[in-house]
Design a protein around this ligand. Sequence first.
Ligand code: AHR
Length: 503
Amino acid sequence: MKDTTIHLHSGFQIGRVDPRIFGGFLEHMGRAVYEGVYDPKSAHADEDGYRTDVLDALRRLRYTVMRYPGGNFVSGYHWMDGVGPREQRPTVRDLAWQSTEPNQIGTDEYMALCRKMGWTPMLTVNLGTGTPEEAHNWVEYCNSPAGTKYADLRVANGSEVPYGVKLWCLGNEMDGPWQLGHVPADQYAIRAQQAAKMMKDTDPTIEMVVCGSCTTQLPTYLEWDRQVLEYVGHYADYISLHRYVGNENDDTPDFLAISNGIDRQIEEMDAVCRYVEGKPGFASAWLGKKRAYLCFDEWNVWYRARGDEHQDGKGKFAPHLIEEVYNLEDALVVAGFLNSFIRHADVLKIANIAQIVNVIAPILTRGDDMLIQSIFYPLEMVAKRRDGISLTPVVQGPTYEGKTNGEVTVIDASAILTGQELHVFAVNRSVDESAVVHVDLADREIAALSDAELLTGPDAKAANSFEQPDLVKAQPLEDASIGEGKASVELPPLSAAAMTLRL
Ligand code: AHR
């Protein structure tokens, strides 16, 4: 294969990478909360019942924001069920996943977990079966000083100091007909505006995410977003995007070219935001003129663990739901998502991988054992090198045509500049050829390779298991050569590299 050059210039800056694009999502679903992060009976449980082995692994991923408590779950969730003395909390039927929810983890436990982990809380309110007033009450519970009803309830439950939750999502996937309380865009917009006003009146410092299109496949795609943004207007600090992808056709090159589709989805949503912002009359007298930024608050590979067998909890507590087993090609797609997010640093401000443990997650538990899945590694490789300014990468090299996703360069790339260091992320999508990749930062000399890692495996379908936990794993990448101020590295087929170069 011909060589590839990633051309960069420190003046060609896309924008500062918002650390919040490295967020996670924890839903009351399957074994994510119970048997995932929380398992008081586990040998690994700490004094609060959280699993230390799971939390230690999650720490390696340096998640910033943590979205909670759903997901589809939230559209039937009443936050008051999850506060107060644990023995008095009701056990309820969760209709989204047909499971039993004992409410042993709720707002106060989640906030304690956020503190333990250094996560920034991000709460989703119920705009499916809940009311704007219930949403407002939750903001008061979390953020108001003592002296009013819900703030006093928080104090009675043990937290004198307000939690100061800054990020609030106005419902979940409300455009999806599967969602409890789903309504057309104009009706959702009214609900969201009513809730947003009461929530912001309670705490003017909060930021809000309106529900955007949760898939590019519904006929309402983009039109939903236009209507919602126009009506909710300046209360929408962000609009959400969701994307789950899969290799249903067993076509690895096409699957790896999905980054084209992710780029396109971000750019289309950005275009709607700009269109609405640009319309005459959009500016409001009391809130001024401003655009909504993008919040990709659910994304991942998810296609095998689908259907009733995986999505119907049959009334059980903590059933095994959507426990996708990930392989090498999935990990490379996750690396592609991250590249796309970094390349859109100017408009994408928040993103949350769905989810963090057991449910479509980088980590699986089985009894007291824990497995690191392939998709863990690209997240960790980027998490170590995430701070700085995203640079425009111009990739010059061989291309191919994905059957459904169109033409892509064999090498997918992104880059982050931070002071005297340049971080470069590159995926070799070729299934059978190594690629020599040169990194050329036009206006500065690369002096040395500080450190680098490579993720690859025996074949596209190779997956870690409890029996073979290290089949797909990041390894140190040492044989990059530096010459004439440029770096060169050889990437094996089906691999992802993360390099830190000293300038
Ligand atoms: O992450 C699993 C589910 O996917 C979420 O509950 C929902 O929002 C999406 O459809």
